[in-house]
Design a protein. Sequence first.
Length: 234
Amino acid sequence: MYDTEMKLNHRIVQFVDAQLHELLDTESVSEPCPQMGDCAMHEAMMSILTQYLSGLKAINCLLNKGYVAQTRGIFQTLGDDYEDIIFLSLPSQNGQMTPLHHEYLKSVAGEEYHGCYSPVSRCEIRNMIKQAKSINHNVFQLYPKKQALQVLRPHGGKPCSAEVAIDLHRHFAYKAILLAVLTAKVAGNLDVMGACLNFRAHLEMTDPHTVRFDLPGIPQPHTERPAQRYAAIR
């Protein structure tokens, strides 16, 4: 049953992994970047996308062994990686590097902050994405990660839902296609970009459920007596 439910997830991850290798292969033979900032941006995006795919594969291993609750931390990292790649892609779309982008690239290059963490806060990254007019916000949605990850917490002594984790994994796998599109665009690789867009369109036609993740009902904190809660449901 597990293999059947994860079949589409595997297919998506394998596809994006192949496109990432295409980007890595063409990167070594591409002409030097006219601006060092462009090179740093591309390298950072490639590194994050590689990490993102590694996270998807790690979650797959954990789910295969039944360690559902242990996936929460990796899902959190995937959400941050997703935002980071969108954030880094913005200058290529509007032609403008911001001080926040310069600070981010300094940190990942190990300059000044020794690469320990990004001096750019998660709130700053999310706000810049929300305000960007150069991206399709219906496609590159920022969803409430805290709520999405909350559904993986055990509630009332009941174990986490493997079905929810598999659905969330599929959602992040689909997001990997979008991240590959942005990375290919910054790299100037139209072949990879076109392949990803075609694959995305195929998924939307054959399995519309893949393109969005509907949060299941999240249990609320027990601040009222059980009898009152059941009465409200009726």
